[in-house]
Design a protein around this ligand. Sequence first.
Ligand code: UT7
Length: 313
Amino acid sequence: MNGVTILSTGTALPKRCVTNDELSKTVDTSDEWIRQRSGIGCRYMCGENENTYTMAIEAGRKAIEKAGINKEDIALVAITTSSSDYLFPMNASMVQAGLGLNEEIMSFDLTAACSGLIYAIELARGYLTMNNKKYALIIGSEHLTRITDYTDRSTCILFGDAGGAIIVGLNEGAAYANKQWTRGNFDVLWCAGASGNGQKIHMDGKEVFKFAVGAMDQGIREALEASGQTLDDVKYIICHQANLRIIDHVKKRYKGYEDKFFSNIERYANTSTASIPIVLEELFDKGELNKGDKIILVGFGAGLVWGSAFIEL
Ligand code: UT7
């Protein structure tokens, strides 16, 4: 069975960074409350001429440049997003044009909330394997502040805007597993689409929190089981960055392995599908991740959906 490797990453951030103190000027909250309950210190917010598409293009372009590949060899482009600029055309087709990618390409947008990137990795692996192709470009891009309700203080403090891209290629013989779950639910986390009603994020934070801890724990355990690996083999467990307290609760279930969990939510807040590539980029840039390292990616989100991937780089 083929595994996959991540050849490179690229990220894109809006120009404006909003600290908790700045947010507190318009929302009834405080830096202390937000830090204590979520670990978040600031978030980026799109301004004029910045949106899901522009961030996707920037992140994708950087990932292609860093990978040093011929873009003709990209056979699939997937944009994972819950905050598409348009219902159609899909972001992936606009990114194909914007980045000058092949027309002979599999392109699609994928909405699996914050698990989108993990789902897309598995689809890319299957497609590249079946069609004997080289690379897939997967981009998580989110303009979440556009659909954030700033009159709901328990929700609005969490979200930020960003784009994060990865180039994925096949890795023959490498350890690999990818697990996905879905439990349809309209109540705890939703945002209307073409129905037009309630085009803001609605969230029952406590319910999402409880679900998230169990889902991430299951994702980690089953990724290990399915790949036949142990925690000792793993360099990093990279969780979707939704709330530092959620990650801390999961960590408690992995005594002795706490240092394998990494978080940078303090600087970006919850950027949904962009959060995992942003962490990957930071770890690659610091030299903390290298060829041959084994990692687990794990995410959860609206749907409800959750998923995990075991990857040998
Ligand atoms: O990608 C997935 C997205 N979603 C998530 O991951 C969300 C998961 N859930 C959470 O992160 C947490 O539930 C929140 C951070 C959203 C909220 O934390 P909480 O500990 O569940 O707080 P709470 O909603 O139960 O509120 C506790 C108190 C309430 O006051 P009283 O009733 O105890 O007097 C709230 O009114 O905190 C109050 N509160 C705030 N105070 C200051 C709620 N939001 C704020 C705020 N600033 N922003």
